[in-house]
Write a protein that binds this ligand. Structure first.
Ligand code: PLP
Length: 467
């Protein structure tokens, strides 16, 4: 494709094919070489680079190849290789290629999946996916859900639903509880939902960084005594810091007794519930009133796919439903209508990018991959625990754990810097109450034993070289 396109006419068949071929000719070799690409790209002078990219709106078109060249040769490589097998940082996922094809189809046909009537069968595919999630998470049949752009938006809609159902118009007295290890999206979601920071309690966590339910109970009692209205608890099914899982069953018991809404943040951990051997670690998850899931993590999909499940589907609808005279009459409630269950109206067809890979591979392949990531994380934690000077914070219940070197923040940071400078793997850390932990998170479907061994080797070498 060496010519610019000119007017916005429909492209001819051969033109469309040629454009798609140009893209695939770059994309497929890129994906094939992920294994040999560095785990983090060269980010020389990012501010300078970004400043140099600023430009006025393009009045004339340029040929596709001229646009693809810097994209694939420069801009993509200048980033964390968040799709690669050596990416053990933050929370990876990888991005399954069939989802990219599903997006191509979704964008190519560009049918409207914001309201049920516009594309009932396509919307039903999304409903099917949500009902599969419900089954895997052990939620009851009346559960409703919604596919979102990510875990943050799922958590937001859950808090809005809980607030609407339990507080009505009495917003200001409502109090929400979470732990000091909760993901920062919980605070953000509470704030956006009208629960301001002076009404969010960050409950202290125990020595394993799980929410202390005795403190939670005491805080609820104190708030009630002060005339406030406790309404929701947000627990974690795997924290982003160290993978700690809150005592979900005990929290569920307390919420039942106190008549509070229990939302569980499973953005990192929930999909491990699909693995029978790991289900006991997540015991109580199925009892939550609502659950955040992140298919772009635990189902290895590309970024932009989160999900929410809500036991009381009517509460989700009551908080988000709206109608206008110019739209088709509302669908029968038997059918899933995204516009009635989320803040969005027009939206991307998110169902297809989940549905296609699940149907293509079948759930057994995902269960096997999740089990494998758990085993690899254990292999890594066990090997690190053998190294002199290394202390593994807690063996990985799922596929994420923290570690420290020489019980020192500086030494731990120095090890991370040296490991990342080698660029075979990328690991990141977190600070918890002044203590810095290195963390290893294994959740890219491409990660294999050889990458874990490279991680162990590079950490060992960094320590042996003296700090
Ligand atoms: C990733 C993550 C989130 C936020 O989800 P996004 O998809 O990034 O919006 C929330 N909680 C936990 C535990 C996470 O790992």
């Amino acid at each position: 494709m060496n010519e610019s396109l000119g007017a916005l006419h429909e492209l001819s068949g051969p033109q469309m094919r040629a454009m798609a071929e140009s893209v695939l000719a770059r994309l497929i070799p890129h994906i094939e070489s992920l294994r040999t690409q560095p785990a983090l790209g060269e980010l020389r002078d990012a501010p300078q680079q970004c400043r140099s990219m600023r430009e006025p709106p393009p009045a004339q078109g340029v040929p596709l190849d001229d646009l693809l060249a810097p994209l694939f040769e420069q801009w993509v490589p200048e980033s964390f290789n968040s799709a690669g097998p050596g990416y053990l940082a933050f929370v990876p996922g990888g991005g399954l290629f069939p989802s990219a094809l599903a997006d191509l189809i979704a964008d190519g046909v560009n049918r409207y999946t914001g309201v049920w009537q516009a594309a009932p069968a396509l919307v039903q595919l999304e409903a099917n996916v949500l009902s599969w999630f419900r089954t895997w998470m052990g939620f009851p049949p009346e559960t409703q859900g919604i596919l979102t752009s990510g875990g943050s938006m799922a958590t937001f809609s859950a808090i809005v639903a809980a607030r609407h159902k339990l507080l009505g118009a009495d917003l200001r007295r409502g109090v929400l509880y979470t732990s000091d290890q909760a993901h920062h999206c919980v605070l953000k979601a509470a704030h956006l939902a009208g629960v301001l920071s002076d009404r969010v309690r960050m409950i202290e966590s125990d020595e394993q960084l799980r929410m202390r339910v005795d403190h939670l109970a005491a805080m609820i009692e104190a708030d009630r005594a002060a005339g406030l209205r406790p309404f929701a608890v947000v627990s974690s099914a795997g924290t982003v810091n160290t993978g700690a899982i809150d005592p979900l069953d005990t929290i569920a018991d307390l919420c039942a007794k106190e008549e509070l809404w229990h939302h569980c943040d499973g953005a990192y951990g929930a999909f491990f519930h699909m693995v029978p051997s790991l289900r006991p670690a997540l015991s109580g998850l199925s009892r939550a009133d609502s659950l955040t899931l992140d298919p772009h993590k635990g189902l290895f999909l590309p970024y932009g796919t989160g999900a929410l499940l809500i036991r009381d589907g009517q509460a989700l609808r009551a908080a988000h439903g709206a109608h206008a005279g110019y739209l088709p009459p509302l669908a029968d409630q038997e059918f899933y209508d995204p516009s009635q269950l989320s803040p969005e109206l027009s939206r991307p067809n998110r169902g297809l990018r989940v549905w296609l890979p699940l149907k293509l591979y079948g759930s057994a392949a995902f269960i096997e991959a999740l089990e494998d990531k758990h085993r690899l994380a254990k292999r890594c934690a066990n090997a690190l625990a053998q190294l002199k000077g290394v202390e593994v914070f807690a063996p990985p219940a799922l596929s994420l754990f923290g570690f420290r070197v020489h019980s020192s923040n500086e030494a731990t940071k120095a090890v991370l810097d040296r490991v990342n400078a080698k660029r075979r793997v990328m690991i990141t850390g977190c600070t918890v109450g002044g203590t810095f932990y290195g963390r290893v998170c294994v959740l890219c479907f491409r990660t294999r034993a050889e990458h874990i061994d490279a991680c162990i080797e590079d950490i060992k070498e960094a320590i042996d070289s003296g700090l």
